[in-house]
Design a protein. Structure first.
Length: 298
């Protein structure tokens, strides 16, 4: 029985080997958000996964949000969180809180990475002019200091990667007049992945992946080409918050990212399982010429 357990461990390592070889020295952008940020055990698991990627030769970049934490602090100071079409209305006071909270979350993640023996640097989109933006309207409505990215200057990230640091980015940027804006973390992760020509972009959120039938978890799709993702949207199979997420994935691939993964951050080590095993655990979206690793009928 003991022998079998060790054999299984060895098989897992052997299964991971071709992926370690394939992605050695390649950039992987991990967008980290959702419930996995609030639970300390899950948070530690996610950071351990990213640190492992770094130690086996990948070049990870973490982009994180902090929406739930921002809402908590907005309430704490006696203000009310307002949303229009799913986007937070961000007045000057809310923007101030958002930047402080995201900075706090950022340094907690830096500390976690450092405690595992890897050098990390936390930055915002303001540092090195990384994320430049303009005001984003929601259905024509002004929702305050919410930014839409106009330009990414990735030099600061490239310099940090070259010096063997793990960059951790929170999505606050500025416009041409240097006014501060909050940026959707999914949008920031996509724009950064495109700018650094990432091999992979992984979204860790509160959903397992893309379902053929959104009410039936057994219909999880392991791999999708871009045109199949487009069809799911146009034929109404996906709805709600999955539509902008899928659109971001498609956009990233059309702009040079090789593979995009949608994963459930609440599952321990989902990032490692997706990247290092043949079947994976979430949904991978690939370029039209991208080879599917996993075949349903194999």
């Amino acid at each position: 029985m003991v022998k079998q357990k060790y054999l299984e461990k060895a098989e897992v390592l052997i299964e991971a080997l071709p992926y370690i070889q394939r992605f050695n020295r390649k950039i992987v952008v991990v967008k980290y958000g959702g419930s996995a940020m609030l639970d300390e055990t899950l948070k530690a698991n996610v950071i351990k996964d990213v640190v492992l990627l770094k130690l086996v030769g990948f070049k990870p970049i973490i982009v994180h949000g902090g929406g739930k934490e921002i809402s908590r602090w907005v309430e704490k100071v006696g203000m009310e969180a307002k949303f229009v079409n799913g986007l937070r209305v961000t007045d000057k006071d809310t923007m101030e809180i958002a930047e402080m909270v995201l900075g706090k979350v950022n340094k907690e993640l830096v500390t976690l990475v450092q405690s595992l023996g890897v050098k990390a640097v936390g930055i915002s989109g303001k540092d090195g002019g990384l994320l430049q933006c303009r005001k984003k309207l929601s259905g024509g409505e002004d929702i305050g200091y919410v930014g839409e990215i106009t330009c990414v200057q990735p030099k600061i990230l490239q310099d940090l990667l070259e010096k063997d640091f793990l960059p951790i980015v929170f999505p606050v940027g500025y416009d041409e007049n240097f006014a501060t804006y909050n940026i959707n973390a999914d949008d920031a992760a996509c724009a950064i992945a495109e700018a650094v020509h990432a091999e992979k972009l992984a979204f860790l959120s509160d959903i397992e992946g893309v379902y053929k039938d959104q009410n039936d978890p057994s219909t999880l799709i392991s791999e999708l080409h871009v045109h199949e993702a487009e069809e799911l949207i146009s034929e109404g199979y996906v709805g709600g918050g999955m539509i902008p997420k899928l659109r971001n994935c498609i956009d990233a691939i059309e702009n040079g990212v090789n593979r995009v993964h949608i994963l459930d951050g609440r599952i321990p080590h989902s990032l490692l399982l997706e990247i290092f095993t043949n079947k994976g655990i979430g949904t991978a979206i690939l370029r039209e010429d991208g080879e599917k690793y996993y075949h349903e009928h194999a």
